[in-house]
Design a protein around this ligand. Structure first.
Ligand code: NAD
Length: 249
C-alpha cells in the first residue's frame, strides 16, 4: 500500500474529487480527516466511507476555511485525532462562469477567499504542524486545466487557479529544506455531480475536444494525489500535474 499509516487532511472531501481522494487514500492505507462545508455533510461522507471500508480510520470536520485561525485550530485538532499529520490536500473550491461586466465585487471576493486564501491557510496550518513535528510531509492542491489556458467567461476562477500554481511553486522552494513537498494537480473536466447532471447534448461536444475521448473520472484525478502524497514522488516538488486527457482548450 502506497500510503500505509500516513495521516491526511482533505478539504472539500465530502463529494466529487475530494471524496474520491479520501477513498483512494483509505484504500492505500492512509488515516484520513475529511473537511466539509457543514458538519452534517462531513459526517455523511465518513459514514459512506466506513460502509465501503470497514477498517477505515476516518474523521469528519468542518471549519471556516477562509479564516487562518479557524484552519490552524481545526488542523491541530485533526492531527490530535489522527496521531499526527503527514499530508494536506487543499481541494475545496468553487467555480464561476460570470461574464466580466456582470461580475460583482462580492462574487470576485468569494472565489478568491475559497480558492486562494483558504489554500494559503491550509498550507500555512499544515506546514506549521509538520515543521513542529520535524518529519516533513506533502501538501497537494487542486488546481485546474484553466490555470494554463484560461476560459472564455468567468475570469475569477482561472485567476484563482493561476494563483494556486504560483503559491505551489513558491512554497515548494521555501519548504523543501524542511522536507515538505508542495505540488498541484490540474484536472480537466471531471465527472463530479455537477458535470454528471449536464445533458448529453452539452457533454458530447466537450468530449469531442478531448484527445483521450472521454471526461475524467474523479478516481483518475485522485490517483495523481495518491502518487504525490506517496514516497513514489519523493523527488517531485513544485509540479503542476495535468490530469486532463490532453484537453487543450
Ligand atoms: P464539488 O462541488 O463536487 O465539491 C466541492 C467540495 O468543496 C465539497 O466537498 C464542498 O463541501 C467543498 N466546499 C465548497 N464550498 C466550500 C466552502 N465555502 N467551505 C468549505 N468547503 C467548501 O466540486 P469538485 O468538482 O469535486 O471540485 C473539487 C476541486 O476540483 C475544486 O477545487 C475545483 O475547482 C477543482 N476542479 C474541478 C473540475 C471538475 O471538472 N469537476 C475540474 C478542474 C478542477
Amino acid at each position: 500500500m502506497l500510503l500505509e499509516g500516513k495521516k491526511a487532511v482533505i478539504t472539500g472531501g465530502t463529494r466529487g474529487i475530494g471524496y474520491a481522494i479520501a477513498e483512494r487514500f483509505i484504500e492505500e492505507g492512509a488515516v484520513v480527516t475529511v473537511f466539509g462545508s457543514r458538519q452534517e455533510t462531513a459526517d455523511a461522507a465518513v459514514e459512506k466511507l466506513l460502509a465501503a471500508h470497514l477498517d477505515a480510520k476516518v474523521w469528519g470536520r468542518t471549519c471556516d476555511l477562509t479564516s487562518l485561525d479557524a484552519v490552524t485550530e481545526a488542523f491541530k485538532a485533526a492531527a490530535e485525532d489522527m496521531g499526527g499529520l503527514d499530508t494536506v490536500v487543499n481541494n475545496a473550491g468553487i467555480s464561476q462562469s460570470t461574464p466580466l461586466l456582470d461580475y460583482t465585487a462580492d462574487e470576485w471576493q468569494k472565489v478568491m477567499d475559497l480558492n486562494v486564501t483558504a489554500v494559503f491557510n491550509g498550507c500555512r496550518a499544515g506546514a506549521q504542524i509538520m515543521t513542529e513535528a520535524g518529519h516533513g510531509g506533502t501538501i497537494t492542491t487542486t488546481s485546474s486545466m484553466v490555470s494554463k489556458y484560461g476560459q472564455p467567461s468567468g475570469c475569477g476562477y482561472p485567476t484563482s487557479k493561476y494563483a494556486v500554481n504560483g503559491l505551489t511553486q513558491c512554497l515548494s522552494r521555501e519548504l523543501a529544506p524542511k522536507g515538505i513537498r508542495v505540488n498541484a494537480v490540474a484536472p480537466g473536466i471531471t465527472k463530479t455531480d455537477m458535470v454528471a447532471a449536464l445533458p448529453e447534448k452539452m457533454i458530447a461536444p466537450l468530449i469531442a475536444t478531448i484527445p483521450l475521448g472521454r471526461i475524467g473520472e474523479p478516481e483518475d484525478v485522485a490517483n495523481a494525489f495518491v502518487y504525490l502524497a506517496s514516497d513514489m514522488s519523493s523527488y517531485v516538488t513544485g509540479a503542476v500535474i495535468p490530469v486532463d486527457g490532453a484537453a487543450r482548450s
